[in-house]
Design a protein around this ligand. Structure first.
Ligand SMILES: [Mg+2]
Length: 257
């Protein structure tokens, strides 16, 4: 009996401690600077929205109190709907703003991670944005070719192929990951791109944004008309020269400058 009571008391203490922890977090964000009463969900949703608006930049990890919220969002129907909407706008742009010349110089740029291939399976096992990025561990995972296809992006990818637009894949992944990257892409159904451009040794000191802008510059100098870029990071779409239009997919999990 005494043993049972002991176990009961231990469980009670654990529950009490965790509910106090939750309460403390909620209490911490109960009011905003202006005195507005908000919940933790309000706080985290606002954090995510401001990440997407590019008001919040250069964060190393997702705020600890929002990790479970971000995990929930990234595995939710809402994330899928938001992503699908981005792609629908790409397709609308192609049909309304682009007069394709079909001379082999119409081009479109895709990023890879969390644009064509999802890294959510990796982040699921590695703190869902709450842990500082471990490049070695992420590259180990990439080299296993386990990225899953983002179906919404595949719809655009295949649509561009049908239109005869040349597809360029421009990624911050390093050259040594070329082979597993190709295997992974083809395995999940992405094939028929014109060129896969990864970061060589000479690009390693460049920012992702600088590297990607340079790639665009080279493509334009070869006569390509870049009708659009789609990526999940601002660094994939910002910088000059740009494209006719740029499209940002949602991704609050991490920030790449
Ligand atoms: Mg990406």
């Amino acid at each position: 009996m005494a043993k049972k009571l002991g176990i009961f008391f231990a469980i009670f203490c654990i529950l009490l401690t965790s509910s106090f922890a939750d309460w403390n977090i909620l209490k911490e964000y109960k009011t905003t600077n202006s005195g507005l009463k908000i919940s933790l969900k309000n706080y985290c949703e606002s954090w995510r929205m401001n990440v997407e608006l590019h008001n919040i930049r250069d964060y190393v990890v997702v705020p600890q109190e929002c990790v479970s919220y971000i995990a929930k969002y990234m595995t939710s129907t809402q994330y899928k709907v938001d992503s699908e909407r981005t792609i629908d706008e790409c397709i609308l742009h192609l049909s309304t703003n682009c007069i394709l010349e079909n001379d082999g110089k119409d081009a479109w740029i895709f990023d890879i991670d969390d644009t064509l291939l999802s890294t959510i399976p990796y982040y699921k096992q590695n703190g869902f944005g709450g842990n500082k990025l471990n490049v070695t561990s992420l590259e180990d995972w990439i080299s296993q070719g386990k990225g899953t296809a983002l179906d919404h992006s595949m719809k655009l990818f295949n649509h561009l192929k049908e239109l005869g637009v040349k597809i360029f894949l421009v990624s911050s992944r390093k050259e040594h990951l070329r082979s597993p990257t190709i295997d992974n892409l083809v395995h999940v159904g992405f094939y028929g791109w014109t060129s896969l451009i990864l970061r060589g040794q000479e690009d390693e000191c460049k920012s992702a944004q600088g590297f990607k802008a340079e790639v665009r510059s080279k493509l334009i100098s070869k006569g390509y008309r870049i009708w659009g870029i789609v990526g999940d990071q601002w660094s994939s779409i910002e910088g000059l020269p740009s494209a006719k239009r740029t499209f940002k997919l949602p991704n609050p999990l991490y920030y790449v400058a």
